[in-house]
Design a protein around this ligand. Sequence first.
Ligand SMILES: [Fe+2]
Length: 164
Amino acid sequence: MLPEWAVVTAKRRAHIERVAATIREWGAAMGIAPAELQRWERAAWWHDALRDAELATEMDHGPLAAARLEQEGERDRGVLDAVRYHSIGYAGWDDVGKMLYLADYLEPGRVHDAAERATLRGRVPRERDAVLREVARRRVERTVHAGWPLAAETVAFWNALASR
Ligand SMILES: [Fe+2]
């Protein structure tokens, strides 16, 4: 569920719902225990909770939401790090961060490269780490191609995936 303090447009809410649904489907297909799946779903519902807040940007809406969640009493480091770094990647992630990063990029509402995304989405339950590397590669390539800088966290995340 979205927190009471969420600031999201209807379009954003629909994205968040699709991310949560994608994570639930993967969790079921992977036979994930309810308590663990509940962590994944919490991160899905909260990751963009402040994306449409007045002063939030693409780069800081994750850290803002994580800080707010911590204030509200969230103590799960994996959930907080998933939300905090979901836009850029993080080498220290546990499964929560990895699954959110995948679902955010592969949820079925994204129309660009929809067929390729659908193929990758279907592979996640059996080949999670291979798909994670592929999604990170695409996102890094897009950033570099656009001439944008890579965050230090993104470089460390990519290096951790690439050196496996
Ligand atoms: Fe986001």
